[in-house]
Design a protein around this ligand. Sequence first.
Ligand SMILES: [Zn+2]
Length: 187
Amino acid sequence: MGFLQDHVISRREMVIGGAGAAAVIALTGLPVTALGQGASRGKFQMVKSDEEWRHELTSEQYAVLRRHQTERPGTSPLNKEHRPGTYVCAGCGLPLFSASTKFESGTGWPSFWAPLDGAIATSEDRSFLLFVRTEVHCARCGGHLGHVFNDGPQPTGLRYCMNGIALNFRPENAWPAGADANNKTGH
Ligand SMILES: [Zn+2]
């Protein structure tokens, strides 16, 4: 399938949104060339050179956080993460989302209905030409995280569609190794 067809299908996806769209993307793959180039613009508290980011991040993290690429849906282990805890930026460690706002969107990407206060910033993403999407990036390092859509659940009605590779999960009350077995008789 050629690029043009991919592009048309992806644009239709922007209109219909939701789980059906994810299936379309899963079949076609997102046209990487249609996605934005370069890191998010703006002034951020943490500024590093491209060389430093390349050195610190894995190639997959770098491609998403610093080059706005999108991971393949369904590939992130965080899709199946349901423990209480906090999702932090894989670039700088800033806490971004509480697990209490995570929900099953059916898209194949970790999804949240609200970020932590002040954790993220947004900008217009016009890489799809006719469709303006709202890009979400880390408020501290500017790393690209994903996009936010207005078809999420209450109470916000928002769907923060995140690349799992751009996040690290810190479970709450993580037991030290071996503590779990000892703890079973303790209740
Ligand atoms: Zn960050």
